[in-house]
Design a binder for this molecule. Structure first.
Ligand code: FMN
Length: 89
């Protein structure tokens, strides 16, 4: 099956990825804010390999009150982040 992520909505794309990538590894995403404070938070890593050449990706939601999570806030601010892949040990 060939899927062009440009032809479907972002939400459908996200649902598709979480359904087809099993088991999903954890990404510890590290960022830094404008004051140099480091932040580390876990996210599901969608590690898709060559079928999705857009690259490996993770999805950041919002807090229930609508506030942005620090991870996405920092990324928007600095355009920088590191995906740290966790091994079993
Ligand atoms: C194993 C695990 C996986 C998670 N995956 C996600 C995810 O894919 N997307 C998301 O928005 N939050 C996910 N979370 C929740 C975030 O880690 C949590 O909201 C965190 O507080 C965000 O921190 P931040 O505000 O420092 O970015 C996950 C939590 C755990 C424990």
């Amino acid at each position: 099956m060939k899927i062009d992520t440009g032809d479907i909505t972002l939400q459908d794309s996200s649902h598709l990825m979480t359904d087809v990538v099993v088991p999903r590894p954890i990404a510890w995403v590290s960022t830094v804010d404008e004051n140099g404070v480091f932040n580390l938070a876990p996210f599901l890593l969608l590690w898709t390999g060559e079928q999705f050449p857009d690259g490996d990706w993770f999805s950041v939601g919002s807090y229930r009150d609508g506030k942005k999570k620090d991870t996405i806030r920092n990324i928007e601010l600095t355009k920088d982040f590191v995906i740290n892949v966790v091994t079993k040990p």
